[in-house]
Design a protein. Structure first.
Length: 231
C-alpha cells in the first residue's frame, strides 16, 4: 500500500466470496425474473432495462427469460445483463433475503485505509447500481451496515470499459484525478492484473478460498496475497 494514493478494488473473489455471487445473487435474479416480467413488462423503468437487450431476445418475456438464464449460466459479463441483475437484486436486499458477506478483514481494512488518507474505489463487472447495493447491505456482527461512505469512485464496464483492457484503467485514473502509478489495484483475476500493470498501475492478485487456482508461473511473476491485511 506504500506510496499509493488510491486503492482500486474488484469485488467478486477479492473482497466478497465468489460463492455469494454465484450461489445466492445469480439464483435470486433468475427466480425473481418471471414475476417481474409478468408485472412490469410495460413499466417505463423496466422498459429501459428490457430495451437494452438485443431485439431478438426481447420479443417476448419467455425469450428474455431464456436469454438471461443462458447468459447467467455462462457467466457472461455484459452490461445489459449486469444492469438487469442489479435491478432484480434490489428487492432481495430490501426484504432482507440476503446481506453481503465481505471477507472478515475487509471492512476494518477499508476503514484503516480511509483513516490513512487513501481514496478507495470499486471496479467490478457488476453494474455501479449493483455495487452500491452490495455496499449498502454489508453483514457485520449480526447487523446490516452501509459502507458506501467509504468509497470515492464506482466503475463498471459501462463507464470504464472491459476489465482486461489497459485503456479502462487509464480511464479510471483520469476520472480519479490521479496518475496511474498512484493507484493500487486488487483483483482475483490474472488478466486484470496484467491490464492494470500495462496501464501503469501497481496491481496485486488476491487468492481467496473458492477462487480459480493460481499457477506457479503467475505466483512467481506476481505479488499474491490472501488477505487485504497483507497488502
Amino acid at each position: 500500500m506504500e506510496g499509493a494514493h488510491c486503492v482500486l478494488l474488484d469485488i467478486e473473489g477479492t473482497i466478497c466470496p465468489i460463492s455469494f455471487v454465484k450461489e445466492t445473487l445469480f439464483p435470486y435474479a433468475i427466480k425473481a425474473l418471471p414475476d417481474v416480467l409478468n408485472r412490469q413488462w410495460h413499466d417505463p423503468e423496466f422498459q429501459q432495462l428490457r430495451d437494452a437487450f438485443p431485439e431478438e431476445h426481447r420479443a417476448s418475456p419467455s425469450a428474455l427469460q431464456a436469454h438471461v438464464e443462458d447468459l447467467t449460466r455462462r457467466d457472461v459479463k455484459i452490461a445489459y445483463l449486469k444492469n438487469l441483475q442489479g435491478y432484480l437484486w434490489k428487492d432481495g436486499y430490501s426484504t432482507g433475503a440476503y446481506t453481503t458477506p465481505l471477507f472478515p478483514e475487509v471492512a476494518p481494512q477499508l476503514q484503516r485505509w480511509k483513516e490513512q488518507g487513501a481514496k478507495l474505489a470499486i471496479y467490478s463487472s457488476g453494474s455501479v447500481f449493483a455495487q452500491k447495493l452490495l455496499f449498502q447491505h454489508v453483514k457485520r456482527d449480526d447487523k446490516t451496515e452501509d459502507l458506501t461512505h467509504l468509497i470515492d469512485g464506482w466503475f463498471d464496464t459501462t463507464n470504464a470499459g472491459l476489465k482486461n483492457e489497459a485503456a479502462s484503467y487509464e480511464k479510471i485514473a483520469e476520472a480519479l484525478g490521479l496518475g496511474a502509478g498512484q493507484i493500487l489495484f486488487l483483483t482475483d483475476n490474472v488478466k486484470e492484473v496484467d491490464a492494470a500493470k500495462d496501464a501503469g498501475m501497481r496491481a496485486i492478485l488476491v487468492d481467496r478460498p473458492g477462487n480459480a487456482p493460481v499457477s506457479d508461473m503467475d505466483r512467481h511473476r506476481m505479488h499474491v496475497v490472501d488477505t487485504l491485511e497483507a497488502v
